[in-house]
Design a protein around this ligand. Structure first.
Ligand code: FMN
Length: 196
């Protein structure tokens, strides 16, 4: 089972990507198979001109198709999610998220746009057929700070929310597909013995 982390910021050094890093580390620690897709690595021309046949786009779309769980991270831009994420989502088929669990993440300069995940991104994820959209996690820039070494540091409150979200992903979505040890094999009826 694959978890695909989608980074939706146009910036190379990115706070929303730091939230994805936090999810990635936690999922790795729990033994999940995690892959990453940076939309900014795809052909900008293909994204802007909606070139469905472009090689990088076809590959990215196939990775979304193959994933069972998708974690989407975006910065808030103008009270909504990023344009980079939008042009990528526009290239997905109408049911691209069918049967998948999705965890939305966002960072924004202020707390005022924390509902952007719910009023802007969630309806789009829903229209793409997502089976289950977990409660989104929103962090302000003050909660994801830059260290003197140049790395982003997630504060404890957001860290705890990431812990909780990953726990839900593991227990409710990823774990049920792992067969519990000691499962009994089915026995043909002809081999069933009775003691009476
Ligand atoms: C073009 C642009 C528009 C932005 N619009 C908003 C906004 O409407 N509301 C907000 O809270 N922050 C806004 N911000 C701040 C970013 O959302 C914030 O710094 C975010 O953490 C950046 O994430 P990133 O580093 O992953 O790109 C904006 C930033 C830029 C560059």
């Amino acid at each position: 089972m694959t978890v695909l982390l989608i980074a939706g910021s146009p910036s190379e050094k990115s706070r929303s990507a730091a939230l994805l890093d936090g999810v990635q580390q936690r999922l790795h620690a729990r033994g999940a198979h995690v892959e990453r897709l940076q939309i900014r690595d795809l052909s900008p021309q293909a994204l802007i001109l909606a070139d469905f046949g472009n090689r990088t786009i076809l590959h990215a779309v196939s990775r979304v198709k193959a994933a069972e769980v998708v974690v989407v991270a975006t910065p808030v831009y103008k009270a909504a999610y990023s344009g980079v994420l939008k042009v990528f989502l526009d290239l997905l088929s109408q049911n691209a998220l069918q049967g998948k669990t999705v965890l939305p993440l966002a960072t924004g300069g202020s707390p005022h746009h924390m509902l952007a995940l719910d009023y802007a991104l969630r309806p789009v994820l829903q229209s793409l057929g997502a089976k289950h959209i977990l409660s989104g996690i929103y962090a302000t820039d003050a909660q994801v700070t830059l260290t003197p070494e140049g790395a982003y540091l997630i504060n404890d409150e957001i860290g705890a929310r990431l812990d909780e979200a990953v726990n839900i992903l593991i227990t409710e979505t990823l774990r049920p597909v792992v067969k519990p040890a000691g499962n009994f094999a089915s026995v043909p009826f002809s081999q069933v013995r009775c003691s009476v």
